[in-house]
Design a binder for this molecule. Sequence first.
Ligand code: AMP
Length: 575
Amino acid sequence: MNPSLNLMDLEELTSNAKQIQEDVLEEILTLNANTEYLHRFLHGSSDKVLFKKNVPVVTYDDVKPYIERVANGEPSDVISGGPITMFLRSTGTSGGKQKVFPVNDKYIEKLGYVIALRSLAMSKHFDSGGEQGKAMEFHCTKPPSETPSGLPVFAVFSSFFMSDYFKNRPSKCNSEYTSPDQIILCPDHNQSLYCHPLCGLVQRDEVVRVGAAFAFVLVRAIDFLEKHWKELCSNIRSGHVSEWITDLEGRNAVSTILRGPDSILADVIEQECSHKSWEGIITRLWPKAKYIDCIITGQMSQYIPMLEFYSNKLPIVSTTYGSSESTFGMNMDPLCKPQDTSYTCAPNISYFEFLPVDHKGDMASIVDLVDVKLGCYYEPVVTNYFGLHRYLIGDILQVTGFYNNTPQFRFVHRKNVVLSVRSETTTEEDILKALNHVGLVLESSDLMLMGFTCYADISTFPGHYVFYWELKAKDVQDVFELEEKVMVKCCSLLEESFDEVYRKNRSKDECIGPLEIRVVQQGTFDSLMEYFISQGGSIAQYKTPICINSSEALAVLENKVLARFFSEKSPPLDS
Ligand code: AMP
């Protein structure tokens, strides 16, 4: 695949989705027909009709034994017709379990291809030079672990940034990022988190976009900046990088960018960062920034108000949707409101089928990419080049429209992530909507929600929903006091926005107890992230789980609870 694309390629790709999908399936079946896995169902045939008839729709547990055998040293063709040269580790924080997926360099190429497509889509909207400049993006990597047979296991973004594909990218000669590659590749996250803004501040007049892979990383980076700006200014003033930046390659690369003492720049930054409020800090520090680039849909949508506050409401562009199983698609309307983001499927990446959410066990209701219906909800089923066949991704998407002949999808929520105490099922989407509902109350109290998660506590009767909230004052120098009245109101508002089944269980039947908010100390959600990273995840890919069911993760939160608040009255029922 050639990443030197033009707008016509984009139009062609999306106009011919049906044929492209047919070709992709044929190619995959020809490649994989003789793997042990597919042979069980197709007996060496690569017939597409037989594939749909015989190959079952599966989840991770079904394919795990095959994947593990390859990881333990058996040949790739247990599952994949092509060579397996590495594994990708999914974060496991959204679905609950850690999973690894076999891939090879072709995955990286395809990811690079979608990134190139996404840049094309962006260029359509910023053709007046908005894209000409540099990106200050908070990317980081984590060195791979190894399977028992010695193959590397990467997080997706690490596999991309540590690949030859990235190292030898054509755009590198234009230094499209303010940070040198050595900072993206630095194995110490804190050192890279420090050096990214240092390089970005020194080149502040060239920065046209500020971003990270996921919104969470960007919010964390701003928090880090809030704690370290004085030291950054002092480095800029003296022209020397702090001694604790010990990664030699990174240190040398940053020193070259610093170019000696600059007290005028240090004064400007000091003045901006000394404001009592950090409202608009992104545009004040990087005045030419045109937009924020990070994934802000799904779990990340909780960070929209915060990023709007820090960026003076610059457009927040959520460009891509994908997973370790397969890259999926890109946002063709980048300047839409973040809440309205849809992703257009790239039909040449994998073979995509869609299982209607209300299939009621009827697997024959599965449809091809081009046959999905507007407004309907589906779970994507992926057949990729590396050994996953008809694999359920575990996300729920809604069809929002078509770009040429290719469907566009809104990310609705992760499947199975629900709170339930009795008969109600509260989805990830319901929880995010409820949080939106309390946004105004928090705003009028000058508070920001830095992180949240929740679980259904059924250890006592009646069980109840528990939310953990990390709050912060909007004005950086303010130490906030929690007002009981405000917090109790937030509890009630959350309950009011849940559906009728919840409210009935809570009000009439008293089978659900009052909702509780436990406010935790600042930094708690960093500790939660560290806990998950210690289990093998990577920061760049991390997503704070909306619901938690691991007792170890809950213990991290419980140790940091500052105060508890309960809803005081039952939510009203619909008349
Ligand atoms: P991982 O395999 O760890 O990379 O996680 C992949 C999962 O992250 C997907 O299945 C989604 O649940 C979530 N995800 C990835 N991209 C997006 C996006 N643009 N919007 C919402 N959720 C996303």
